[in-house]
Design a protein around this ligand. Structure first.
Ligand code: TXA
Ligand code: MG
Length: 348
């Protein structure tokens, strides 16, 4: 169901996959599409290759990477144990947008991939190009999202090149990714399986299969060491400040009008339904409110588009935190630095 099958012009893409696999075997870094976002891949067993990922992205070295595999058997050489619950999840959701944190087996995956942790993050992407590339290279591929650190994750090859052209060996162009937000990261080493990052597979869906699931993705207490190192980093923030508005479109419009009266240029992030309603300097729609999957798939592209405008401030509509909406709001809140405005509460 997650397989993106509309992208592959096999005649065109196969030579790209072959060439990319060869580069990966030589220890180079290559970007490739997955069903979530583009990844920046390198041989996960080769420390020099993995270091090139951190260098190209400008990524802090203590933020570990996800290892991508194409077959269930590859897991045995990477992890020391597969708990029953993980087995059940693999059976049900792989290939797919679910990353599992499992105990790491010593000696195969580079310690640079796992940033010295005793656990490793693994996923099997549901994208024909990603799977073919992993198979062709014969390697487990370490791959974070293929953006410069601090930029939105890329959902097209053009996004990858905008951030990384000249810094990587290449990108396999498989068209637009499908889901548009990153995989769900689930810690299977915790007593209760814990979501460290909401994503393509929702908490509701996980709970149907394995019962209780904890949500560890909320902002952690600063004193506490974060379970997922990625949680402590500042994420994408647009060039101009962004605020999330909880309220009606007419309330949001009053906020726009106030800023414009102060001489500011204002952007609005909305959906198709309300696109014609707003009067502002840049009104950008991402998908339809009636299908939040369309919002997820266009979210990062829309955020990148705001950076090409000259707005001083962006107001974003909010979305229900159910299903994929949880992942959408998680990314929006990070982009907005958790600044919110609620209709009916006093601000200013
Ligand atoms: O959809 C995705 O997951 C994409 C595609 C390319 O597969 N990849 C991706 O990777 O989003 P990245 O590196 O941008 O995010 C990986 C997240 C980070 O938050 C990182 O801290 C966490 O996974 N992570 C990796 N290894 C971990 C570990 N051993 N324990 C806890 N968290 C881990
Ligand atoms: Mg990322």
């Amino acid at each position: 169901v997650w397989i993106v099958d509309n992208v592959v012009d096999k005649q065109r893409i196969y030579p790209q996959i072959k060439e990319a696999a060869r580069l990966l075997q030589c220890g180079e870094v290559v970007a490739f599409p997955t069903e979530t976002v583009y990844g920046l891949g390198a041989d996960a067993t080769n420390t020099t290759a993995v270091e090139k990922i951190f260098a190209a992205k400008g990524r802090p070295s203590d933020n570990p990477l996800i290892v991508h595999i194409a077959r269930r058997e590859q897991l045995e050489s990477i992890v020391s144990d597969v708990p029953d619950i993980a087995d059940t999840l693999i059976e049900r959701f792989w290939p797919g947008p679910l990353t599992l944190i499992l105990p790491k087996k010593e000696g195969v995956i580079s310690d640079r991939v796992t940033a010295g942790l005793s656990t490793v993050a693994v996923r099997m992407p549901a994208h024909p190009v990603a799977l073919a590339l992993i198979e062709e290279s014969g390697l487990p591929l370490a791959a974070p999202s293929a953006n410069r650190s601090g930029r939105p994750s890329p959902t097209t090859a053009a996004h990858v090149l905008a951030d990384l052209d000249g810094r990587i060996a290449g990108v396999v162009d498989g068209g637009e990714t499908g889901i548009g937000v990153e995989s769900t990261v689930l810690d299977c080493t915790a007593k209760v399986p814990t979501i460290l990052r909401p994503g393509g597979i929702t908490k509701e869906t996980l709970a149907e299969v394995i019962g209780t699931v904890a949500d560890g993705s909320a902002v952690t207490n600063e004193q506490e060491a974060p379970k997922s190192p990625g949680m402590k980093y500042t994420h994408y923030a647009p060039k101009s400040p962004m605020m999330i508005v909880y309220g009606s479109p007419s309330f949001l419009q009053t906020l726009v009008d106030k800023q414009q009266a102060l001489g500011k240029k204002v952007g609005v992030l909305t959906t198709e339904e309300n696109l014609a309603f707003y009067r502002a300097d840049a009104v950008l729609a991402c998908g339809s409110r009636h299908d939040l999957h369309t919002v997820a798939s266009h979210l990062y592209d829309t955020l990148r588009k705001f950076d090409q405008t000259d707005v001083d401030i962006i107001y974003s509509e909010s979305f229900p935190t159910e299903g994929i909406g949880t992942a959408i709001m998680n990314r929006l809140q990070k982009a907005a630095g958790h600044q919110v405005i609620v209709e009916g509460e006093t601000h200013f």
